[in-house]
Design a protein around this ligand. Structure first.
Ligand SMILES: *[C@@H]1O[C@H](CO)[C@@H](O)[C@H](O)[C@H]1NC(C)=O
Ligand SMILES: *[C@@H]1O[C@H](CO)[C@@H](O)[C@H](O)[C@H]1NC(C)=O
Ligand SMILES: *[C@@H]1O[C@H](CO)[C@@H](O)[C@H](O)[C@H]1NC(C)=O
Ligand SMILES: *[C@@H]1O[C@H](CO)[C@@H](O)[C@H](O)[C@H]1NC(C)=O
Ligand SMILES: *[C@@H]1O[C@H](CO)[C@@H](O)[C@H](O)[C@H]1NC(C)=O
Ligand SMILES: *[C@@H]1O[C@H](CO)[C@@H](O)[C@H](O)[C@H]1NC(C)=O
Ligand SMILES: *[C@@H]1O[C@H](CO)[C@@H](O)[C@H](O)[C@H]1NC(C)=O
Ligand SMILES: *[C@@H]1O[C@H](CO)[C@@H](O)[C@H](O)[C@H]1NC(C)=O
Ligand SMILES: [Cu+2]
Length: 613
């Protein structure tokens, strides 16, 4: 055999060997179109399908793989995008997915390729991040398998299980009734049902004595759920992609976007099937219709022929369901507490009305309004001014982080509802929370909010738990810390999709100079902007000549005059019916435009000017 041939064979084998031992490329082609589904057995509706299917495909990769997702938007009537929830995207912040943050919305008929390395482990999910698109069904699990996970030899089989709230109406039909004068309190639309792995009444066949790893993911848009299995305890081994020391638990509280991996060991006898119980946190709901099934029973099926009993619901959600407190978990890698934060930030969550009379959400009185140019593209086109937060506009609520600084966020919640906050591109350390999970968690919804007081801080954990979504209690607070070791543009926002639409979000621009050096935006992503009619250069106002001139930026509406409350607006809405006096009210209090849906200075509709993600 000639030498060259042998060399090629040897080289070929080496490539195959390298592929098997190290990273491989995993490619998914997603043709996104509307399909029909009836997951709760109550109502068939249009949902967002992939390649003609719903439930959507679970993305599965191994640690170290390169993940490529080619998405074609075949919806015909909606823009879209994919956010890979919990992925760090080192040097690839442009693959994170939120529209108007790191990319333009992908218009109907357009394609986008997401391409990035997955150097992390555990349980994640993917979902659309353009307007309110994921509650229409565009969300599913993303699993990163890990041959080296410390708990691999502690279980026999694994299952992915999603839980979710579910609406019968399309988001496009619900949305127009949400941010309006007719809903001044900002009451969130109440779901029609709750799904367990995109169905109801699921049986999970199990074998006696075996141990299962269950990857639980709340892919819902709004409602947190309690989870337990009758007569079984379990061990938590992972939260949001971070391995924990095994922690014995019997009830979990899983907010929208949170994940838990648990090990459950089966009983030795096969005479009974056991209810897996989920209880929707009804405290979050404004109105509960009598036919809304808050409690769901699914089963660990030991014996197909035995009875499948309904869960025995003897507990009171507020006082008896005492969920495991995630702040007490210890990460398996024992990463110590970040001490002496370099950059301390403090935000207060409020809900209030702007002068269209509708309800909005605020962090330090700023309600996020999307910029005219995706924030990442402002970074890329602004040269040395990228380090000046002015260019990102006031209403993206930009904060610039220095490379490798330790950031502390104190989040005070002046609102009576709880909020699951998510940070893109990072996990953060759970440093403090008040009040703790447990029977008194909801007591703070009455009385006055309690703000964080550094001089009255408790003893901090040596090895704080880390995750990417953490619940701030009603009228309480949390404190989190992270290291700014990932140059990129990252949203920090409430993962209740309704609150995100109301503006409960802000933007971190982390190490902008390094973003410019390391991130190469594919031409295709810029072409998507052209198709969507969105500029891909300039400051938040689309100004490319003077980046410090924000004239024309999208803004939140003016405030209502002091003393004008949601209650007053409700009264006014009714008084408007008796015309004359009502109109007098409007002039008097300066409500701008009764018919206008969303935010925006230039009088355009919420679709053009409200928060888009
Ligand atoms: C996507 O699916 C639709 C419906 O099946 C089909 O008409 C279209 O050609 C597909 N597009 C691509 C790019 O695969
Ligand atoms: C990101 O890019 C920098 C500079 O090219 C490189 O040194 C670093 O290793 C990269 N990080 C990752 C996680 O790929
Ligand atoms: C992934 O898992 C390994 C152990 O299996 C761990 O050493 C490593 O730190 C994990 N990586 C990340 C980014 O969490
Ligand atoms: C949950 O649904 C996913 C996607 O359809 C599927 O791959 C998985 O096996 C299901 N899990 C169980 C426990 O049935
Ligand atoms: C099941 O049987 C095994 C072996 O006899 C024993 O070690 C284990 O404790 C039993 N499990 C339960 C839940 O009783
Ligand atoms: C659902 O569960 C809650 C809390 O456990 C309980 O208070 C309620 O009575 C249950 N409702 C039904 C219809 O079983
Ligand atoms: C940003 O630019 C403005 C206008 O020149 C200037 O007043 C401000 O100090 C700059 N901010 C920073 C952080 O450099
Ligand atoms: C300190 O914090 C606790 C709650 O953690 C609270 O009960 C107490 O009133 C606070 N003390 C002061 C002096 O603020
Ligand atoms: Cu919220």
């Amino acid at each position: 055999m000639p030498f060259l041939n042998r060399l090629f064979i040897w080289l070929g084998a080496a490539v195959v060997f390298a592929l098997q031992c190290q990273a491989k490329t995993v490619t998914y082609d997603f043709n996104v179109t509307w399909v029909n589904a009836n997951p709760d057995g109550l109502y068939e509706r249009k949902v967002v399908g992939i390649n003609g299917q719903w439930p959507l495909p679970v993305i599965e990769v191994e640690k170290g793989d390169r993940l490529v997702v080619n998405m074609y938007n075949g919806l015909g009537d909606k823009s879209t995008s994919i956010h890979f929830h919990g992925m760090y995207h080192f040097n690839t912040t442009d693959m994170d997915g939120p529209s108007m943050v790191t990319q333009c919305p992908v218009a109907p008929g357009q394609s986008i390729t997401y391409d990035f390395m997955v150097n992390q482990n555990g349980t994640y999910w993917y979902h659309c991040h353009t307007d309110n698109c994921y509650p229409d069904g565009y969300r599913q699990a993303l699993i990163v398998h890990d041959k080296d996970a410390y708990f691999n030899d502690m279980y026999d089989e694994e299952h992915v299980i999603t839980i979710s709230d579910w609406y019968h109406d399309l988001m496009e039909d619900i949305e127009p009734h949400f941010i309006t004068l007719a809903n001044p309190t900002g009451a969130e639309p109440v779901p029609n049902s709750f799904l367990f792995n995109d169905t109801t009444g699921l049986n999970i066949p199990v074998e006696p004595g075996k141990t299962y790893l269950l990857r639980l993911i709340n892919i819902g848009a709004f409602v947190a759920q309690y989870f337990y299995i009758e007569d079984h305890t379990f061990r938590i081994v992972e939260i949001d992609g971070i391995y924990t020391e095994p922690a014995e638990a019997d009830i979990l509280y899983i907010s929208a976007a949170q994940r838990y991996s648990i090990l459950v060991t089966m009983k030795n006898s096969t005479d009974k099937n056991y209810p897996i119980v989920t209880v929707a946190d009804s405290v979050l709901l404004d109105l509960i219709s009598p036919d809304l099934q808050l409690n769901q029973t699914n089963w660990l099926e030991y014996n197909h022929d035995a009875a499948h009993p309904e869960a025995v619901m003897t507990v009171d959600v507020c006082s008896d369901l005492n969920p495991f407190d995630d702040i007490t978990l210890v990460p398996h890698d024992k990463l110590p507490l970040y001490t002496n934060p370099d950059h301390k930030l403090e935000f207060t969550v409020t809900m209030d009305n702007l002068n269209d009379g509708a309800g909005y959400s605020f962090l330090n009185d700023i309600s996020y309004v999307r910029p005219k140019v995706p924030t990442l593209y402002s970074v890329m086109s602004s040269g040395s001014l990228a380090s000046n937060s002015t260019i990102y506009g006031e209403y993206t609520h930009p904060v610039i982080l220095e490379e490798n600084e330790i950031v502390e966020i104190v989040l005070n919640n002046a609102d009576t509802g709880s909020h699951p906050f998510h940070l893109h591109g990072h996990v953060f350390q759970l440093v403090e929370r008040y009040p703790s999970y447990g029977p008194t968690f909801y007591d703070h919804a009455t009385g006055d909010p309690v703000a964080y007081d550094a001089s009255n801080a408790s003893t901090l954990p040596d090895y704080p738990a880390r995750r990417d979504t953490f619940v701030v209690p009603p009228q309480g607070y949390f404190v989190i810390r992270f290291k700014a070791d990932n140059p990129g543009v990252w949203l920090f926002h409430c993962h209740i999709d309704w609150h995100l639409t109301q503006g409960l979000a802000m933007t971190f621009i982390e190490a902008p100079t390094l973003i410019q050096e390391r991130v190469k935006i594919p031409q295709q992503h810029y072409d998507i902007c052209a198709a969507a009619g969105v500029a891909h250069e300039g400051n938040a106002a689309g100004n490319t000549a003077d980046f410090l001139d924000l004239t024309g930026q999208n803004e939140q509406l003016p405030w209502l005059p002091a003393g004008f409350t949601a209650k007053g607006i409700v009264a006014m809405v009714f008084s408007v019916v008796s015309a004359f006096l009502g109109m007098g009210f409007i002039t008097m209090y300066g409500i701008s435009d009764l018919k206008k849906g969303g935010q925006g200075q230039d009088g355009s509709s919420s679709d053009e000017n409200g928060a888009e993600y």
